[in-house]
Design a protein around this ligand. Structure first.
Ligand code: 13P
Ligand code: SF4
Length: 331
């Protein structure tokens, strides 16, 4: 009876919305279930602190894909967004991969629909396709090499300069990579709705308040933000910079979830989230609405019912696996 209600819930809401006993200790229950079912919990840095704190691995997209590729667990629970769980499933066809909320999408992945991308690719013969991992399995199947923000520069730099390249879907990351590597890649017109929102003006106001602060930014941010940054890097790059740089303060232009790990690993530093242009957030910081769909309650229910599960049709999976494996070999 309960499982039927659960499936109806899933179809309507994308997650299980079943009553949970208020006296239940969620962390204890999650720990019991993960042990009983031999589940590995992978969490991205953009997850809420309480999820990061229960995860087996917390990391950026590359570290989490590598952890998924290596895991000996029977099941994977991905506390992240859909393309991350889908990548884990492509690497692990025989394991169940759970995503606590199927509506945890990504504006970048959604900016590249399969049909439009396939037409674009056909219009540019002779180009190889490098895709950011923030894409659907359909786009990966049309891709030669996948990359993440932490290995993109190395991967693009390894391709001969005279080889035409289509880079998808992030135009900001693509333009940054063109500048860094000297390539002239053809860029798909996609963007991250969170990183596009940072306000140069508000960042500069903060810089006046904290003149000793370093401005650090994720390469999905707009060029005008990257132009004022002292350091540009993936989430793990930004974390490492805060830990190792001598500056006392940092203005951080990426999703604010990363501040949790930064506070844990660099407790003496002043960490200031960069504000977005539209200030409708309570934190005056950038939060990814998709990443933030995951909660401890949804994780508990996902472990209990082994739903929602991410699946990938087998012939598509085999095609999407090739460029992911190329990336893992090159990383
Ligand atoms: P990372 O590669 O730094 O994990 O970035 C993933 C992402 O979604 C950034 O918005
Ligand atoms: Fe996608 Fe941007 Fe959210 Fe990352 S922060 S998951 S790129 S929408």
């Amino acid at each position: 009876m309960q499982i039927n209600t659960a499936i109806k819930n899933l179809q309507k809401k994308g997650y299980l919305d079943l009553p949970i006993d208020k006296n239940l200790n969620l962390v204890e229950e999650i720990n019991r279930l993960r042990k009983e079912k031999n589940v590995v919990i992978l969490a991205h840095y953009y997850q809420v602190p309480e999820i990061q704190d229960i995860a087996d691995f917390v990391g950026d997209s590359l570290v989490l894909a590598q952890a998924a590729a290596k895991t000996k667990a029977d099941m994977i629970l991905f506390a992240g967004v859909h393309f991350m769980a889908e990548t884990a499933k492509i690497l692990n066809p025989d394991k169940k991969v759970l995503l606590p909320d199927l509506l945890a999408g990504c504006s970048l992945a959604e900016s590249a629909p399969r049909d439009k991308f396939e037409t674009f690719k056909k219009q540019h013969p002779g180009h190889i396709v490098v895709s950011y991992v923030n894409t659907s399995a359909d786009i990966k199947a049309l891709t030669d090499i996948v990359c993440t923000s932490s290995n993109a520069e190395k991967i693009i730099a390894s391709i001969p300069k005279d080889q035409p390249i289509i880079f998808a879907p992030d135009k900001n990351l693509g333009a940054y990579l063109n500048k860094k590597t000297g390539h002239n890649m053809l860029l798909w017109d996609g963007a991250c709705e969170v990183h596009e929102e940072f306000s140069v003006e508000k960042i500069m106001t903060l810089k006046k308040e904290y003149p000793e602060a370093k401005i650090i930014a994720h390469p999905e941010s707009r060029e005008s933000v990257l132009n004022i940054a002292d350091y540009i890097g993936s989430t793990s790059g930004l974390l490492n910079y805060v830990k190792t740089n001598n500056a006392p303060a940092f203005i951080i232009a990426t999703e604010a979830g990363i501040l949790h790990k930064m506070k844990q690993e660099a407790p003496d530093k002043i960490l200031i989230p960069a504000p977005p242009m539209t200030d409708d957030t309570s934190c005056a910081c950038a939060e990814c609405p998709y990443m933030k769909r995951n909660t401890l309650e949804k994780i508990y229910l996902a472990l209990q019912y082994e739903l929602p599960e991410v699946t990938v049709e087998e012939s598509l999976r085999q095609k999407a696996l090739i460029p992911i494996q190329r990336m893992l070999e090159l990383s």
